[in-house]
Design a protein around this ligand. Structure first.
Ligand code: FES
Length: 114
């Protein structure tokens, strides 16, 4: 399972600043966003209150804000602006022939180190 990329959608199916959710596998629901010309994959479940609504968040300066309580997480690192507190899981993305592939995570859904 390590280094396994999953075909998710076409690049043209992701619109700027508007998130879309996809099921990566049995355990992982992700949200894809386009920002600054790149596509980012994040966990659709917010690490704050475990609400599956990150796809409906809004982007500001490369941070995605959860629509529930407004916590912000960096699209690439998943860290909050303070670099403290809970961290959102992010996933590696690759584009081949206009198809978006997302790497399955090797870590478990919840990382209690944070
Ligand atoms: S559930 Fe996302 S900030 Fe609270």
């Amino acid at each position: 399972m390590k280094d396994e990329f999953v075909k998710v959608c076409m690049v043209s199916e992701i619109y700027s600043r508007k998130g879309r959710r996809f099921q990566l596998d049995d355990e992982n629901e992700i949200a894809l966003f386009k920002a600054g010309g790149n596509i980012y994959a994040i966990d659709n479940i917010c690490p704050h209150n475990h609400t599956a609504q990150m796809y409906d968040g809004y982007i500001e300066n490369m941070y995605i804000a959860c629509p529930v309580h407004g916590f912000q997480f960096h699209l690439k690192t998943g860290e909050q602006p303070t670099k403290e507190g809970c961290r959102l899981r992010t996933f590696e993305v690759k584009i081949e022939n206009d198809i978006v592939y997302v790497k399955k995570p090797s870590e478990k859904r919840f990382d209690f180190k944070f």
